[in-house]
Design a protein around this ligand. Structure first.
Ligand code: PMV
Length: 338
């Protein structure tokens, strides 16, 4: 048996626009999916999944992946999660040249499903890493990231960027623009997350943005403007100083750009009342900035605040069911046990 883990992420800037060729900057956070994989003698796949929500509910699958489990989680979410695992298994089989190999797969994740924290990417990366290692193959990280992207892209009908999977594989903050992917290091950012308990359907939301972009020139321009925000933001991230006033000014500009980015995402129709409520609670509590993270349609926001005020405000915000401060995780995918 091999156990691998991979981190979730937040988008500091650039989700959605990245699907249309603009750059994005996601950052890995210290919330992980851990996946244990044992090879089987037959071609069956058995998946067990636990704790797929911040709230700690349990999802269990037994039997082959064809028999869907009877659980109290939205069947759509379960279908989506299973789709990602099945595609990850296909990639591992292909990488190890064992096209019919079966696996027992145990997933434990402290990243809520479909909430914009990259749960699917973390699971896909960890499944491919653990399953290939279990078959004696150790993939270079760039190949692992590419295979994880291919798996996500299959499930999302081609509507996926490399941002989530590259970030989860490499850790830290990364920049992704089409096929051009690289690491930006691990800036010191005091991130606070708020979760509304909901989840958006990434493929559906991406398709809705595409449709708006096709119909309205100003929507296409909005997407390009998000790209401009990212280009401005990445310059700020690259600069560090021991001067406290400078660091504060930098956080202030990053926050302002995050606020702008949220407004543009909202214009594209992917925010919701509860995401907006959390964003405003963070801003009113004195956060440097706040925005939704990921596909939207429900899920999480990310704010920048070195004090405890944003987290406290979110605790008292009706729309928010869970809030935590998040350290950046510069580790990426790693083997936990083999
Ligand atoms: O909500 P998530 O974590 O699946 O992020 C989706 C981000 C998008 O830019 C909307 C899609 C993508 O693949 O980049």
């Amino acid at each position: 048996m091999v156990t691998s883990s991979a981190p979730g992420k937040v988008y500091l800037f650039g989700e959605h626009a990245v699907v249309f060729g603009e750059p994005a900057v996601p950052c890995a956070i210290e919330r992980r999916a851990r996946v244990s994989v044992s090879a089987r003698d037959d071609d069956h796949i058995r998946v067990q999944a636990h704790d797929l929500s911040l709230d700690g509910f349990t999802v269990e699958y037994t039997g082959s992946t064809v028999e869907r489990p009877n659980i109290d989680v939205s069947p759509d979410l379960v279908e989506a999660a299973m789709g990602y695992i099945e595609e990850a298994v296909e990639q591992a089989r292909d990488a190890a040249s064992e096209p019919t190999r079966g696996f027992d797969i145990d997933v434990e994740s402290d990243i809520p499903l479909g909430a914009g924290l990259g749960s699917s990417a973390a699971v896909v990366v960890a499944v491919i890493d653990a399953a290939t290692r279990e078959l004696g193959v150790s993939l270079p990280r760039m190949e692992l990231a590419e295979r994880a992207y291919q798996a996500e892209s299959q499930v999302q009908h081609g509507e996926a960027s490399r941002a989530d999977t590259f970030c989860s594989t490499m850790g830290g903050a990364v920049r992704v623009e089409e096929k051009d992917t690289h690491q930006l290091g691990t800036p010191n950012l005091p991130l606070v997350i708020g979760f509304d308990g909901g989840a958006g359907d990434t493929a559906e939301l991406v398709a809705a943005v595409r449709s708006m972009r096709d119909r309205f020139q100003f929507a296409a321009e909005t997407i390009q403007t998000i790209g401009d925000v990212v280009r401005q933001g990445e310059q700020m991230l690259g600069q560090t100083s021991s001067d406290t006033a400078y660091e504060q000014a930098k956080l202030s500009e990053i926050g302002e750009l995050m606020n702008f980015n949220h407004g543009l995402l909202s214009a594209l129709g992917v925010s919701t009342r509860s995401l907006d409520a959390m964003v405003w609670a963070a801003r009113e509590a004195g956060a440097y900035g706040a925005k939704l993270t990921g596909a939207g349609g429900g899920g999480c926001i990310v704010a920048v605040d070195p004090t405890a005020e944003t987290q406290r405000a979110l605790e008292y915000t009706a729309a928010c069911i869970e809030t935590f401060s998040a350290e950046l995780d510069d580790d990426g995918v790693r083997v936990e046990e083999s």
